[in-house]
Design a protein around this ligand. Structure first.
Ligand code: URP
Ligand code: ZN
Ligand code: ZN
Length: 462
């Protein structure tokens, strides 16, 4: 029965529409999953569902370009699967996620994509994937082309985690040459894997095993020098690059230089790198472990530098890197920080945090907010103009935002499937009142409609 129910047209009246490049008042008609009309004074018929958007702002459904649902790690899985994680996404105003396909060594990319699509079928929000080559092999060029034909036009490489999924420099270079030839985009986790491994092992060998050694084993230069290296490779190979979760002020210098030279390089940061800092690691294990994520939290001056990079458009997007782990999972590393699973949740909080600490603190305009949370991810990852904009003909993925709703983030009121939250105690103002996905009202004043599932969205090369 799911997805086959009769859907009434939706009419949204009296709202203010905010796109990345304009703000205007108009009514909206939604039918068959699309925005079919944007005009004033629409009269709702008896068969229409009417939503009054008075005092609300209306913007395109948010796209989170960096999430990990049901991520396998050495000791189990991250806490949210595609169902629970998509519920948290919905409560935060996110209507599309881009997760990852991480094949086993030797497994064809398309086999791994097929499996991951199956896992994602229970998602209530729309979804796509970045696909990871975790090793070089001669069939990879052909496999990459196959993946693009199947609608995934971005790939992901890890310069860290070399024991499992990370690539050494030779393989990274070959992957970059290959992706460059296809016109696809390569996303990269930039940290110097070997240097970090040495630091981690040295700390551990000398009995420095508490969580505070996590950030000390991944200092800012290990990110900045990885960024520098991968930008050099990108210049030589002509590979377009998207650097995920930029955390360090030092990295920004290299990104700016490359952008100035005309290299096609995009940078993403995450809410935790803007709002939290490394003082979180100095408390006891259960307080510090939730903040063990990679790259680690940095200093206040890094937070400030990242806000500046958003303002000057060095950074165009913000992903959450959503990857929560329960306290029990985090405790796998109670005797050695190297065994604490890396990651934290945030998918529910991306918009409310950026709205509260960006828009309401006059760091960014409301249009820039929309640009960051949806228009840029849509443009960069081949979803625009179907998504990322409210206009006639676009997909009806829409958020009606209550600008007045206040809250304090807590495990007591969050929706991610996890018993800790790195934003615990943080105040927010602004929240989604209604969320429409594929033309259906899925979140309405705190109630979720679970009868409709999200869709795999095919992306296209530009
Ligand atoms: O600590 C993190 N970020 N965990 C998720 C995997 C990754 O590196 O993005
Ligand atoms: Zn990463
Ligand atoms: Zn990640």
């Amino acid at each position: 029965m799911r997805n086959k129910l009769l859907i009434m047209p939706i009419i949204i009246k009296n709202g203010t529409i905010v796109n990345a490049d304009n703000t205007f008042n108009s009514d909206i008609i939604i039918e068959n999953g699309k925005i079919i009309k944007i005009t004033n004074n629409i009269q709702a018929g008896a068969k229409d569902k009417l939503i009054d958007a008075k005092n609300k702002i209306i913007f395109p459904g948010a796209i989170d370009p960096h999430v990990h649902m049901h991520l396998p790690v050495f000791s189990g899985y991250s806490a949210d699967d595609f169902y629970t994680g998509s519920i948290a996404a919905l409560y935060g105003g996110t209507t599309t996620i881009i997760d990852f396909v991480t094949p086993q060594k030797g497994e064809r990319l398309s086999t791994a994509l097929k499996k991951r699509k199956k896992e994602a079928e229970k998602s209530l929000v729309n979804y796509s994937f970045h696909v990871s080559p975790v090793e070089w092999r001669d069939t990879l060029p052909q496999e990459i082309v196959e993946i693009i034909k199947q609608g995934c036009t971005s790939f992901k490489v890890y310069m860290a985690y070399k024991q499992s999924i990370g690539l050494d420099d030779d393989d990274l270079y070959k992957v970059m040459q290959t992706v460059a030839k296809t016109g696809a985009l390569l996303t990269v986790h930039a940290e110097l894997g070997d240097e970090i491994e040495n630091l981690r092992n040295n700390f551990s060998k000398t009995g420095k095993t508490t969580a505070k050694y996590h950030p000390l084993s991944r200092p800012d230069y290990t990110e900045a020098l990885a960024v520098k290296k991968v930008l050099q490779f990108a210049e030589e190979t002509g590979c377009p690059l998207y650097i995920v979760h930029v955390s360090a002020k030092k990295s920004l210098k290299y990104i700016r230089e490359a952008q100035k030279k005309g290299q096609k390089v995009f940078a993403e940061t995450c809410p935790h790198y803007l709002l939290l800092d490394d003082s979180r690691y100095t408390t006891g294990f259960d307080h510090a472990a939730p903040f063990v994520l990679s790259p680690p939290l940095r200093k206040k001056e890094d937070n400030d530098a990242l806000w500046e990079a958003i303002a000057d458009e060095t950074i165009l997007t913000m992903g959450t890197d959503h990857c929560p782990f329960s306290v029990e999972m985090k405790r796998k590393g109670i005797n050695d920080f190297r065994y604490i699973p890396n990651g934290a949740g945030g998918i529910e909080h991306r918009l409310e945090l950026l709205y509260t600490y960006g828009v309401l603190q006059n760091k960014i305009s409301i249009n820039k907010f929309v640009d960051i949370i949806t228009t840029q991810p849509a443009k960069i990852f081949g979803l625009y103009p179907q998504k990322g904009i409210i206009k006639e003909g676009a997909d009806a993925d829409i958020v009606l935002w209550n600008t007045e709703k206040e809250k304090t983030i807590s495990v007591k009121n969050h929706h991610q499937n996890c018993d800790n939250n790195i934003y615990e105690g943080i105040y927010t103002k602004g929240a989604p009142e209604q969320v429409i996905i594929n033309g259906k009202l899925i979140l309405n004043k705190g109630e979720i409609n679970t009868r409709f599932l999200g869709k795999f969205v095919k992306r296209y090369l530009k």
